[in-house]
Design a protein around this ligand. Structure first.
Ligand code: NIG
Ligand code: FE
Length: 433
């Protein structure tokens, strides 16, 4: 099928030109795609005649945005930590709970106890939920295995859940997330093992695109983080970094030094850290759901944009600090708490998030040649969409030209259903998966 979406009230193309707030909206637009790629996007009145007889879908005057990119999630985990949520409300801190054996260590125990099938099903369900919110690309970190075998197992789960009917999944190896729960040994030895044994095993198996480290008091020091990330880079895994989340430990500067694609969190980033990110072109990723749940002061997203940093917005979805996969809510929070405009938040959850994943040539904007990934949202424009927070404003999500989600309330169901990916095992309906 090579259909045309017509009667788009606002098409926010999010192409690269201009600053963070320039999403290049087209009013009364149309969008055409073929073989999973955007073929044409622009004012409907200028749609080339070759599309005159193409099957058409009606956007009902609503808004179309590029498929959202959630560039920071801890997707694969067993168990939840509602008990810790209550303990924090009653006054214990995240660090205190971690020191008492909870936190990341609790999730490591629950994840190790979950079978492969269970983890795969959990991941698929979470990806379906994200797709229902307009998300078409998701980064997923390991980090709740914390042994060589368990980290490899989580990354294999990511490899196995990938499929045409789900958002694209980009795997990150986060072996340096915390000290393993049963850890009694020598930190130096552990870091040497992560760098010298786990990292090459992950790279040789081709199971990750990125590596990551949690540099923080109670987790890893900047020197330990550097060692792990440099080992990752030497094995072809591009670094990214949990930086300056609970304190300023020079995480942004470290991200720049190791050639990271992104520095993430940044609630406590210094002015020098912001300048370093801007000068090096490293994407700054803000995660407002985590800040909200931890009761932190918001990250200085506004100051980063003013300084020329490309700011991405993501969920940080995980069972501790961000137990929500709602990227549009994170975007609204980036507006309300961190001073981004809706347009800036949108570019942050599309093109700049794609850049954080080094996928900006493939996803993140609606331009000819890029993947046909988009969401139809029930709002007249981007400002209204992120202002009027709803359980779900998304009406339909298309990834690589295939229907990933359709709201029960969407009109013209038949046309949309024709975009559905064939069930696994069913004969192909033409076109490539
Ligand atoms: O991004 N900061 C480290 N990792 C996660 C939290 C993980 C957890 O608490 O389970 C984060 O906030
Ligand atoms: Fe995180």
């Amino acid at each position: 099928v090579s259909p045309v979406l017509r009667n788009v009230g606002t098409l926010a193309t999010c192409r690269d030109a201009g600053g963070q707030g320039e999403v290049h909206p087209v009013r009364d637009a149309a969008l055409a795609w073929r073989d999973g790629r955007v073929a044409w996007a622009g004012p409907e009145a200028e749609l080339p005649s070759e599309w005159a007889d193409a099957p058409s879908l009606d956007a009902g005057g609503r808004t179309v945005v590029p498929g959202l990119v959630d560039c920071h999630t801890h997707l694969a985990f067993g168990g939840w930590r509602a008990g810790e949520f209550v303990r924090r409300i009653r006054g214990e801190s995240y660090g205190e709970i971690a020191r008492s054996g909870g936190g990341i260590a609790a999730t490591v125990r629950a994840t190790r106890a979950a079978g492969d099938d269970e983890l795969r099903e959990l991941c698929r369900g979470r990806l379906r939920e994200m797709a229902s919110l307009g998300v078409t690309t998701v980064e997923g970190k390991s980090g709740y295995g914390l042994s060589r075998e368990e980290e490899l197992r989580i990354l294999r789960v990511y490899r196995d859940v990938a499929g045409a009917a789900l958002p694209r999944l980009v795997p990150t190896f986060l072996g340096a997330h915390a000290l393993p729960p049963d850890f009694g040994g020598d930190r130096e030895e552990l870091v040497a093992e992560v760098a010298g044994e786990w990292t090459p095993a992950v790279a040789e198996a081709g199971l990750a695109r990125f590596c990551d480290a949690f540099v923080e008091e109670g987790a890893f020091t900047p020197e330990e983080g550097r060692r792990v990330l440099e080992a990752g880079a030497a094995h072809g895994l591009t670094p990214r970094l949990h930086a300056d989340q609970l304190s300023d430990s020079g995480g942004a500067e470290l991200a720049v030094e190791v050639g990271a694609a992104s520095a993430d969190h940044l609630e406590h980033v210094s002015a020098a850290g912001i300048r370093a990110l801007a000068d090096a072109g490293v994407v700054g990723v803000v995660l407002p759901l985590a800040g909200l749940y931890l009761g932190q002061d918001p990250a200085p997203a506004r100051a980063m944009v003013e300084a020329g940093v490309r700011v991405a917005v993501a969920t940080d979805f995980n069972p501790g600090t961000a137990p929500s996969a709602h990227l549009p809510l994170a975007m609204t929070l980036a507006c309300v708490r961190e001073g981004l405009t809706p347009a800036e938040a949108l570019k942050g959850a599309t093109l700049h998030a794609a850049t954080a994943l080094r996928l900006e040539g493939e996803v993140g904007s609606l331009e000819p040649g890029k993947s046909a990934d988009f969401a139809l949202v029930d709002a007249p424009d981007v400002d209204h969409w992120l202002y009027h927070h709803r359980a779900n404003a998304c009406l339909a999500t298309v990834g690589r030209g295939r229907l990933l989600y359709r709201s029960p309330g969407l009109a013209g169901a038949e046309g949309w259903e024709a975009l559905a990916a064939p069930e696994p095992g069913a004969p192909a309906a033409g076109g490539s998966p």
